[in-house]
Design a protein around this ligand. Structure first.
Ligand code: AP5
Ligand code: MG
Ligand code: ZN
Length: 216
């Protein structure tokens, strides 16, 4: 049982690693980006609210995200642990998470920061292909077995609307201004483990597992 948070810039490999961690440790993968995209696709009120922010590469307002995470963490599958991918991204979100966990008598065990230089992030996002099941591919670095199809669910792969050059620039700015400061916040709490995110997907996964296994 482990309650963990993955942090890292856009394209750092959070989603890629999260799928593997979630399988190995049998904990739900909670990606706020995936939740928002699912709402967008279903045309819900929440999706409509989020769309303009997401397309520009800006953060969706805290109040919306805090509501999403509060609801999601109250679901029974989080009883034996959870993995947050893409939340928290601001101080108010981190503080709200502490409050929510306090109310349900849980706490975070570890925060893993995947570090990747900007020039690598930009290349990763430019060639990314996504599946609606949450799987992430890359035309060069991590191609699917069959062109355009997901290895896990056979779904059609697509390019994200916010993987344009313009939106990627905005996402990186938002990351350094609003999310990166959380690294100090979690380091002060003694929860932070930093992993070099430039190696192979499997090497990074091994490093993350070693960090998790040390606290289990
Ligand atoms: P979100 O969906 O969370 O996007 P993000 O943070 O920008 O991160 P990405 O999903 O782009 O990157 P990733 O780290 O998951 O990388 P991946 O594994 O895919 O958020 C999207 C938007 O939603 C936000 O901009 C915001 O508007 C909104 N939002 C979401 N949460 C929010 C919150 N809490 N508050 C406010 N707004 C919120 O990998 C990237 C690519 O690299 C892939 O092609 C992959 O195949 C490849 N790759 C991965 N690992 C490697 C490797 N080791 N070597 C080579 N290639 C690799
Ligand atoms: Mg992701
Ligand atoms: Zn899929």
């Amino acid at each position: 049982m482990v309650n963990l948070v993955l942090v890292g810039a856009p394209g750092a490999g959070k989603g890629t690693q999260a799928m593997k961690i979630s399988q190995k440790y049998a904990i739900p993968h909670i990606s706020t980006g995936d939740i928002l995209r699912d709402n967008l696709e279903r045309g819900t009120q929440l999706g409509l609210q989020a769309k303009e922010f997401m397309d520009r590469g800006e953060l969706v307002p805290d109040i919306v995200l805090i509501g999403i995470i509060k609801d999601r963490l109250s679901e029974p599958d989080t009883a034996t642990g959870f993995l947050l991918d893409g939340y928290p991204r601001t101080f108010p979100q981190a503080e709200a998470l502490d409050d929510i966990l306090g109310q349900i008598t849980k706490e975070l065990d570890v925060v893993i920061d995947i570090e990747v230089p900007d020039e690598v992030l930009v290349k990763r996002l430019a060639g990314r292909r996504m599946c609606r099941c949450g799987a992430s591919y890359h035309v060069l670095f991590n191609p699917p077995e069959v062109d355009g199809k997901c290895d896990h669910c056979d779904g059609e792969l697509y390019q994200r609307d916010d993987d344009t050059e313009e939106a990627v620039k905005t996402r990186l700015v938002a990351y350094y201004a609003q999310t990166h400061p959380l690294i100090d916040y979690y380091s002060t709490k003694g929860l932070l483990r930093t992993v070099n995110g430039t190696g192979s997907i499997d090497d990074i996964f091994r490093e993350i597992c070693a960090a998790i296994d040390r606290i289990l």
